[in-house]
Design a protein around this ligand. Structure first.
Ligand code: PTJ
Length: 267
């Protein structure tokens, strides 16, 4: 991996933080190409911090949430995958593959509007193989009145008519607004107590980088499942318990880190 031009050096594959540095690099390069908003770098850093506290792995409880999310997306009449700058930079291929398996279109929906961003994200998605991208024609957009941010402008053939909206990696108030107009929302958020996490119907507390490939794997597994079996998966899922258990994962991990750190300090 080449790092950005200002710090012109290679990161060796055996570097202990190789993966993490690779994704930082993708976010920085994404910003240079207008894909990622400047604030997207800060959002990524916040995510890294929570991921560290989760042990940088997909917990069993997150896997349960992923299964429920895939079941809900399969049962939806109009499922939509919402795309922002960070997700486009981090995992465009996986999101495109998921969109195809679930027959759920990708809709670009941005918090930070800047000329050229939609086109830059469209290109990233097309290069990743996406064929059906919504949210491109600003003149055709309709508004969700419950929202005051830029995210209120949505595609009439996408989020506007969707019954289930998948919002990986997202800022605060949209999930609440989408709930108020009767949509079911699936969120991926490393922070289990963000407003998005608390408002979503299904909150996947995990890194979107790991979540989306796992969703693809589960979608393949459930491809021929009967509707009643999919419904059963959703009925068994409880988002309050899910958030509690995700917080417990963090608490237990930090407790273990504390013990390990003090063992080192005592040596
Ligand atoms: O591209 P735009 O204009 O639509 O803007 C996108 C960002 C992400 C900049 C915007 O939505 C924003 O400012 O988001 P926030 O308020 O920083 O919230 C992002 C949330 O995602 C935080 O709760 C982070 O912990 C979480 N997060 C960050 N990286 C990841 C993540 N969750 C899952 N996977 C990640 N890789």
């Amino acid at each position: 991996m080449r790092t950005n031009n200002n710090q012109d050096h290679d990161v060796p594959k055996d570097h202990p933080r190789y993966e993490s540095l690779k994704y930082r690099h993708d976010i920085i390069e994404g910003m240079k190409k207008l894909v990622v908003a400047e604030a997207g770098l800060i959002a990524h850093g916040r995510g890294e911090c929570f991921d560290y506290m989760l042990g940088e792995r997909t917990s069993d409880i997150a896997k349960e949430a992923i299964e429920a999310a895939v079941a809900l997306l399969y049962l939806a009449k109009h499922p939509i995958i919402s795309i922002n700058g960070n997700t486009a930079a981090l995992c465009p291929e996986a999101l495109t593959e998921l969109s195809k398996i679930l027959d759920a279109p990708l809709e670009i929906n941005l918090f930070y509007r800047k000329e050229g961003r939609i086109e830059a994200i469209k290109k990233v998605l097309e290069d990743a193989g996406a064929e059906r991208i919504l949210g491109l024609d600003e003149s055709k957009m309709v508004e969700i009145e419950e929202l005051s941010s830029n995210r209120r402008n949505v595609d009439p053939d996408g989020i506007k008519i969707a019954d289930v909206v998948f919002v990986p990696l997202e800022d605060g108030d949209r999930t609440e607004a989408l709930k108020k107009i009767g949509k079911e929302v699936i969120a991926v958020d490393l922070n289990p107590i963000s407003r998005t996490s608390l408002w979503a119907d299904i909150t996947i507390v995990d890194n979107v980088i790991r979540t989306v490939p796992e969703m693809i794997r589960i979608a393949e597994k459930l491809k021929n499942a009967k509707n009643k079996d999919l419904k059963n998966i959703i009925d068994k899922f409880d988002n309050i318990k899910n958030i509690q258990a995700s917080l417990d994962v963090i608490i237990q991990y930090i407790q273990k880190q504390k013990e390990d750190a003090f063992n080192i300090l005592k040596q």
